[in-house]
Write a protein that binds this ligand. Structure first.
Ligand SMILES: [Zn+2]
Length: 164
């Protein structure tokens, strides 16, 4: 049995929805602003990593921020990384963490709209709770904005092994 779930995103407010894939999908609308939702894997992402924003130390932590390697079923975890703005001006961004697996998961995509101040490092830990054992991949990526899907740093994967 295979499960095919697809992540959709609102380009206006970055809200998202994960739905089961169907042969003829109807138009999905954003719950917040009623704009059309787009499949995240069909957006024409411009791949350009100018190194003006850098990502380091992508990791899994427990809720107190301690780095962990193994995750138990239903354990609440954070996926996080240090994001540095190497520019001398502030940078608006959308920060996204997408949890992927062959296992069906109800909440897979987390998004944050924020501004990273000039020369500063920030992190936006995103909480996940995985209720089946197996291997997952958390992909951390970022765009300038919903309408300007210019990648600000190279997407970075974190492997999450969930054990009983
Ligand atoms: Zn919206």
């Amino acid at each position: 049995m295979s499960f095919d779930y697809v992540d959709y995103i609102c380009l206006e407010c970055a809200r998202n929805k994960r739905v089961k894939q169907v042969p003829k999908p109807e138009d999905l609308r954003c719950d917040a602003c009623d704009m059309k939702l787009y499949r995240i894997d069909e957006l024409p992402i411009l791949v350009r990593y100018p190194e003006r924003i850098s990502i380091n130390n992508a990791r899994i932590t427990d809720l107190s921020g301690r780095k962990i390697d193994t995750v138990k079923i239903n354990q609440r975890i954070h996926i996080t990384a240090d994001i540095t703005n190497n520019q001398n001006h502030d940078q608006k961004l959308i920060y996204l963490v997408q949890m992927d697996s062959t296992i069906p998961i109800s909440t897979s995509l987390k998004t944050v709209c924020d501004t990273l101040a000039a020369g500063k490092t920030s992190c936006w830990p995103q909480e996940f709770q995985l209720n089946m054992d197996g291997d997952y991949t958390a992909k951390i990526f970022s765009w300038k904005s919903g309408y300007d899907q210019i990648a600000l740093f190279k997407p970075t994967n974190v492997t999450v092994c969930v054990v009983p």
